[in-house]
Design a protein around this ligand. Structure first.
Ligand code: COI
Length: 390
């Protein structure tokens, strides 16, 4: 268990990798490594403006994508920005059979002066490297990761929206592209970044969501891939997520696979519990939980406010009884896409509890406001989290 009231939590996820971050002058050099092969049929301005008005999450994509190829023996080759479009894959492409794939989620934010920034890209690059290691994929350097993001955002800078809660969602991913049915790490790999203008992740905006706690399904077990950001984890969450919706809930929450006792995370978000004494608790990183960049940033912001932050194993039974007797005051979920989302109801086969009065919690919304103010340039970036891209 990690407890802190004045210093950031001490898990590996909260160690700031930004201290070794890339300086603006270095970023220029990294961007020039990418050969821009611009599309000859860019989206007309009026069509793009219409697409930017209220895009549903993950449905609209920009004109270009970043791409780098890897061959065993040659390493990473052919850094380029090319026209966004379908990939041609042989039916024997390894990723289609054995799911050797990883991804990241990031955002580019337009500030009031028109400049475009991203949040802690070094942390995403570090997690991408950890995920690559777990999935036996080649490591991509922080330089190539950040350079690809910056080169794509600069090429498609007109696609970065400026509205409230709007951003350009960035999806770096890497997959086994070799055509081969043997079960071994692929000798050919592709890395791409695609970009999608987005508004709020949930169609209803920032409203409390309801959560169903899955008792029959787990997302990951000890020694599994739970702390890697790989497609397989999300595939495993889809059936339980569907069952949660059949129970009238918005999202599913998983318990640990060993004892079916402790909260782990939602299908695509980490979870926090705010106690009546003001302390803020989140499941500790046991190897089966994603080391969220938003999660670690929240731990820092909460500690900055003088709250005790506690990373520990949190029994579901304690949360359910705490909701009944008032010792649990707020619950919220977090991730890059959803930012911070209040939880208004927690249900399972033997309980159905309202969180507080069912409305967004005070601390939940205060931290959400503080985080988004930093991301959108409305508040000082006191931790040096923001990187200017354009
Ligand atoms: C994110 O929050 O960016 C994620 O990757 C979660 C989800 C959209 C898959």
């Amino acid at each position: 268990m990690t407890t802190s009231s004045t210093t950031p939590a001490t898990s590996s996820s909260t160690t700031s990798t930004d201290a070794s971050g890339i300086l603006p002058a270095e970023l220029e050099d990294l961007v020039t490594l990418f050969d821009v092969r611009a599309t000859d049929s860019p989206t007309p301005d009026a069509e793009r403006a219409a697409a930017l008005e209220s895009p549903r999450f993950g449905t609209v994509f920009t004109d270009h994508m970043a791409r780098v190829s890897w061959r065993q023996g040659d390493g990473w080759l052919d850094r380029r920005i090319e026209k966004y479009g379908p990939l041609q894959l042989d039916p024997a492409t390894a990723v289609l059979h054995y799911a050797q794939e990883i991804f990241e989620g990031m955002k580019a934010y337009r500030h009031a002066d028109g400049s475009v920034w991203t949040f802690r890209p070094d942390a995403n690059a570090a997690r991408f490297a950890r995920s690559a290691h777990r999935l036996a994929l080649p490591a991509l350097s922080v330089d190539d990761f950040v350079g690809s993001i910056a080169a794509l955002v600069r090429t498609d800078v007109d696609w970065v929206p400026s509205g409230e809660d709007s951003s350009l969602y960035l999806r770096p991913f890497m997959f086994a592209s070799e055509s081969f049915l043997g079960v071994r790490p692929a000798a050919e790999v592709e890395y791409l970044v695609i970009a999608s203008p987005v508004g709020p992740y949930f169609a209803g905006g920032v409203k409390p969501v309801s959560i169903w706690v899955a008792e029959d399904y787990h997302r990951s077990g000890p020694g599994g891939t739970g702390d890697a950001k790989c497609g397989g984890n999300y595939a495993a969450s889809l059936l339980p997520q569907t069952l949660a919706q059949e129970q009238g809930c918005d999202q599913v929450c998983f318990l640990d696979a060993t004892t079916n006792t402790y909260l782990e995370e939602l299908g695509g978000m980490n979870v926090f519990v705010v106690m009546a004494d003001g302390s803020v608790h989140t499941p500790e990183l046991t190897g089966s939980i994603l080391e969220g960049v938003t999660r670690s940033s929240i731990l820092q912001l909460v500690a900055d406010r003088g709250h005790a932050v506690v990373e520990r194993r949190i029994p579901l039974a304690e949360v359910v009884s705490g909701l009944a007797d008032g010792t649990v005051r707020e619950i919220f979920a977090c991730g890059t896409a959803a930012v911070i989302t209040p939880v208004g109801r927690l249900a399972g086969t033997t309980f159905d509890s309202t969180v507080g009065d069912g409305e967004p919690g005070e601390l939940t919304m205060a931290i959400r406001g503080e985080l988004t103010d930093i991301q959108y340039g409305r508040a000082a970036d006191r931790h040096g989290w923001m990187r200017r891209l354009a």
